[in-house]
Design a protein around this ligand. Structure first.
Ligand SMILES: NC(=O)c1ccc[n+]([C@@H]2O[C@H](COP(=O)([O-])OP(=O)(O)OC[C@H]3O[C@@H](n4cnc5c(N)ncnc54)[C@H](OP(=O)(O)O)[C@@H]3O)[C@@H](O)[C@H]2O)c1
Length: 277
């Protein structure tokens, strides 16, 4: 596994983590595939993808419970991140939501707690004050945001008295490169880790057709890799970027874990950047 620094801390996190959207349900809880999800997450941990991303929203909390089961007896050295939903951004609600998440995760402390989406109807200063209290009280080690613009990252940072936001989790793949219009550069300059979600375009990359995908397939064939592996490798070539492909399926987890063992060369990277621009 390769690692990248977490924000400006002295810590590093795996360049590839385990996304849990759909594990334990989507908008509501669904236990029917829990055992499959647990097996996939455990395989990911065995393959050194020791970074799990979940959220109170996933499966209405059940995803965190499944993560807890996958982690039973193996919490050591696994970086666990969760997220608070925007409707819980009022001060007391943030504190209560974090405690509920920790209970479902079966942990006393998370590694990273993220604001899931911006919520313009609650002052960010109030939310960040609560996030700072969670760090002071030892309920999370780090504070992050998700789906924040450059301006929102700036404002959120300015609302903190001493903590530094370590990460922004945003969509980034060959087919969604909007972060390249400022968010990526800001993260690189200001020392935030960009956690790339939907790095396979929520399944649109595995299924994609057309001339750009033909080039992707040609490069994949030349390298003896799959199309998904090349697309994922392209994402993690960017400084400050780690990626969290969905980890609900053992074959997918295995395919993705291998991506950390090699590197696209400059020509292939540029060719793909041009084709998918
Ligand atoms: N912060 C946010 O707002 C936010 C938003 C979206 C996602 N996320 C996080 O990012 C993670 C990944 O994003 P995502 O789930 O939207 O999309 P993704 O990882 O880009 O793509 C997942 C889709 O691709 C399919 N797939 C095919 N080959 C795959 C492979 N090798 N590895 C993984 N999936 C493969 C999956 O099928 P199967 O379903 O059969 O596995 C699924 O349909 C989520 O699980 C979640 O943790 C965060």
């Amino acid at each position: 596994m390769q690692f990248r620094p977490l924000g400006r801390t002295l810590e590093s996190i795996p360049i590839l983590g385990l996304g849990t959207w759909g594990i334990g349900g989507e908008m509501g809880p669904d236990s029917s595939r829990d055992e499959i999800g647990i097996k996939a997450l455990r395989l990911g941990l065995d393959l050194e993808m020791k970074f799990i991303d979940t959220a109170e929203m996933y499966g209405a909390g059940h995803s965190e419970e499944v993560v807890a089961r996958a982690l039973a007896g193996r919490r050591d050295r696994v970086f666990v991140a969760s997220k608070v939903s925007p409707r819980h951004f009022a001060y007391d609600d943030v504190l209560a939501a974090a405690k509920r998440s920790l209970k479902r995760l079966g942990m006393k402390q998370m590694d990273l707690y993220q604001l899931h989406w911006p919520n313009p109807s609650i002052p960010i200063s109030q939310t960040m004050r609560a996030m700072e209290k969670l760090v002071n009280d030892g309920l999370t080690r780090h504070v992050g945001v998700s789906n924040f613009s450059v301006e929102q990252m700036r404002e959120a940072q300015q609302s903190l008295s001493h903590e530094k936001i370590v990460s922004n989790q945003v969509e980034f793949s060959l087919i969604d490169r909007s972060v390249e219009r400022g968010i990526l550069q800001y993260c690189q300059k200001e020392g935030l880790t960009l956690i790339a979600y939907s790095p396979l375009g929520q399944g649109k990359i595995p299924r994609g057709r057309g001339s750009s995908f033909k080039v992707l397939d040609e490069i994949a064939e030349k390298l003896g890799k799959s199309r998904n592996q090349v697309a994922l490798n392209w994402v993690i070539q960017h400084d400050s970027v780690v990626a969290i492909p969905k980890a609900a399926d053992t074959d997918h987890v295995k395919e993705n874990a291998e991506v950390a063992a090699w590197k696209l060369d400059r020509d292939d990277y540029q060719k793909l950047a041009k084709e998918f621009s």
